[in-house]
Design a protein around this ligand. Structure first.
Ligand code: ADP
Ligand code: TYD
Length: 207
């Protein structure tokens, strides 16, 4: 089973991934948490270039392809093998992030990003995508002062990011579930468990 957690920076994805992992393990599942970008040697090198505060110029299209390249490696090296061995994969970000940050907010052609994502993932879609919704100002308050290369893009960019995720949620109704990230961590976890139970039930029924 493949579960994606995505949404604006600071929305509480890491917090909820950890709570979800514990909940699944308690129920006898073997769960692996993966980070996009990251979780592979190539992904970590690209992450440094993409998020580090350096003076390297990176064109929007190059940035898009770097995120997508990290994802291609993550799918091949980590996600597919984990799914094949029967693990539940909890992935911190996935294809939605590139469509939203580089596409909706960054101005790169969204259709071309979808095609690049498709190349990178071989069409691998999650069983469930939890999309965290949070006003951009609240996201910034939570992030604090130490901003990375992406977070330095300012409030107007992050407003577009928030709206972009809501648009993508509407386009992926069978997979995506929007959660209100202003709720308490416990309340959000309860909602996530409701969505997870639904997916687990469907999978059980399909056997
Ligand atoms: P992300 O992985 O999406 O960046 P984190 O889980 O790291 O988000 O959370 C970002 C910050 O917000 C952390 O300081 C965390 O303690 C806090 N936080 C997480 N969930 C909530 C919540 N539901 N309400 C308020 N603060 C939260
Ligand atoms: P990360 O630390 O994973 O997220 P968070 O700050 O929510 O904990 O940072 C990843 C950053 O990269 C984040 O600002 C979103 C951005 N990003 C893109 O712009 N495009 C992408 O395809 C991905 C995966 C991330």
């Amino acid at each position: 089973m493949f579960i994606v957690f995505d949404g604006i920076d600071g929305a509480g994805k890491s917090t909820q991934i950890e709570l979800t992992r514990a909940w699944l393990v308690e129920r006898g599942h073997v769960a692996e948490t993966l980070y996009d970008p990251g979780s592979t040697s190539l992904g970590l090198k690209l992450r440094e270039l993409l998020l580090g505060n350096h003076d390297l110029t990176i064109a929007p299209e190059a940035e898009t392809l770097m995120f997508v390249a990290a994802r291609a490696q993550l799918v091949a090296e980590k996600i597919r093998p984990a799914l094949e061995s029967g693990k539940v994969v909890l992935c911190d970000r996935y294809t939605y992030s590139t469509v939203v940050y580089q596409g909706h907010a960054g101005g790169v052609d969204v259709r071309k990003i979808r095609a690049a994502n498709d190349l990178a993932t071989g069409g691998l879609q999650p069983d469930l995508a939890i999309l965290f919704d949070l006003p951009a100002e609240v996201a910034f308050e939570r992030i604090g002062g130490n901003l990375d290369r992406m977070e330095s893009r300012g409030l107007a960019y992050f407003e577009k990011v928030r709206q972009g995720f809501l648009v993508e949620a509407q386009k992926n109704l069978s997979i995506a579930r929007v959660v209100d990230a202003t709720a308490s961590p416990a309340a959000i976890q309860e909602i996530i468990q409701v969505h997870l139970r639904e997916v687990l039930m469907h999978r059980e029924a399909a056997r």
